[in-house]
Design a protein around this ligand. Structure first.
Ligand code: GAP
Length: 461
């Protein structure tokens, strides 16, 4: 039987171990929408906290949580209403739908779609059945809905396709209320929605997803330094949480790839290894957006969005954006952490010959920090284990497990990335010592219960 790819194994583990489920699963799922299960919620929350803490640790970055629904004019000003579309073709025979630019790229043709520019697709056939394709149509990716009881165009609004616009339209509020001076950044995490034509690769490209974005407002003369600073900081963040540098790289966008307003853009890519041909893919973008966004909002809102320099000269700040996907980062950390050990790591258990899976997540990201086991289901051992659980539960996310052999329980925790397991055995009742086992080294420490809190404080500092 053909060995599964690592990516498929991670998808499988995510579902069977409670990280990520297809949305509306009992109804057959909803295409490219996913729910985070109990462990996925913890992992994602830890990741978002790590991002927010990292960004706000800079003295010049503040946070924001803007609404998903916004004034529809915002999308006119930002260019999303007119330009946020993908070129789409359908197969006339099998009805499959494709991104025209992707089909051209596969044929080695550089696609340049524009308002007045549609490349010739007559030589391109359906990759599924060889059928003839329709003309290229531009398909806007924004989800529409209506506000209020009347479903007419006057009440049409959109689910935001990026969180960034919520930051731009709050620029003035944040600047004035906190009396900030340029340069400063506004960071926020939130849901975004895109009616993607070809979603896929699990949580890599979804229709409902989360972004973690920061817009850094800076004087036009200082953009080069700001860009370099943020590209390095963001790359370091992924490395600091355990991604091997060899699986990360920068990819600078060529001039003809840039959005019309962008001065420079580069992606931080991760080696997702979806297939032999699909290895490094975008994880996060660093963009020099010039003064496009604030200028547009100034024009459409008729509100002055300028600041003054030291010579009292007014200008519109430029923006360096860091724009990452929470879900893509979650997938990257899961892929990176997934480790198989052939033949197992322990030789004394009944399943020692089996392949063992260890999810080597950074401790800060691990959904469960500590597992507590009584060696057996004896009442006094269980009571002691629960006492320990209760004493640590306000500080750490814990789990309690009393079923199966200790070896099996260790392996269940290894699979979900729990860094430490604490076992209460018969000796504990006499000498108050528990065994703490480390996920990665399998080293066992014997710790007095009275010192457990201090022990873990050191481990998780
Ligand atoms: N504000 C700029 C912006 O939204 P983007 O490159 O379109 O830029 C930024 O998106 C990041 O959001 C991407 O690098 C990716 O991590 C994430 N992202 C974009 N579309 C996504 C989708 N359909 N599913 C999951 N993540 C997505």
């Amino acid at each position: 039987m053909k060995e599964l790819r690592k990516f498929d194994k991670v998808v499988n583990l995510a579902k069977t171990r409670g990280f990520i489920f297809p949305s509306s699963d009992i109804y057959g799922g909803l295409n490219s929408i996913y729910d985070y299960g109990p462990l996925g919620t913890e992992l994602k929350n830890n990741l978002k906290k790590a991002w927010f803490d990292f960004m706000l640790a800079r003295r010049d970055v503040v946070g924001l949580d803007s609404a998903i629904l916004m004034h529809p004019q915002i999308w006119k000003a930002s260019g999303h209403l007119d330009g946020f579309s993908d070129p789409l073709v359908d197969c006339k025979k099998c009805k499959s739908r494709f991104r025209a630019d992707h089909l051209l790229e596969k044929k080695g043709i550089k696609p340049t779609f524009g308002k007045d520019n549609t490349p010739n697709m007559s030589d391109v056939k359906c990759p599924e059945c060889g059928g003839e394709l329709t003309e290229v149509r531009q398909f806007n990716l924004m989800f529409k809905t209506f506000m209020g009881p009347l479903e007419d165009s006057a009440n049409q609004i959109y689910l935001r396709p990026e969180t960034a616009q919520g930051i731009y339209v709050n620029f003035l509020n944040v600047l004035n209320s906190l009396r900030l001076k340029i340069p400063f950044g506004i960071a926020q995490i939130g849901k975004a929605f895109r009616n993607e034509i070809t979603p896929g690769n699990f949580i890599f490209r979804m229709r409902e997803f989360e972004q973690m974005e920061m817009q850094y407002f800076v004087h036009p003369d200082k953009t080069k330094d700001a860009f370099e600073k943020w590209q390095n900081l963001r790359m370091d963040w992924y490395k600091s949480l355990g991604i091997d540098p060899k699986n990360l790289r920068f990819r600078e966008h060529a001039k003809d790839e840039l959005a019309h307003y962008a001065k420079k853009a580069l992606d931080i890519e991760y080696n997702f290894a979806f297939s032999e041909n699909e290895t490094f893919k975008e994880l996060e973008g660093i963009h020099h957006r010039g003064d496009w966004d604030l200028s547009q909002h100034q024009k459409y809102s008729q509100q002055k969005l300028t600041v003054k320099d030291e010579n009292n000269k007014e200008y519109i700040p430029n923006v360096i954006e860091t724009s990452g996907g929470v879900d893509r980062a979650t997938l990257a950390f899961l892929m990176e952490a997934y480790t198989e050990i052939d033949g197992g790591r322990t030789t004394t258990t009944e399943s020692s010959k089996e392949k063992e899976v260890v999810l080597k997540l950074d401790k800060r990201l691990a959904p469960i920090k500590i597992a507590i086991f009584p060696l057996s289901k004896k009442t006094d051992l269980m009571a002691k284990a629960i006492e320990i659980y209760d004493s640590l539960a306000t500080k750490y996310r814990l789990t309690y497990d009393e079923t199966g052999s200790i070896g099996k329980r260790y392996r269940r925790q290894d699979e979900i990335g729990t860094p430490y397991c604490v076992t209460v055995d018969f000796d504990t009742l006499g000498n108050n010592l528990v065994t703490v086992r480390d996920r990665d080294t399998m080293k066992q420490d014997h710790i007095n219960i009275s010192e457990l809190a201090a022990y873990f404080q050191e481990k998780f500092k």
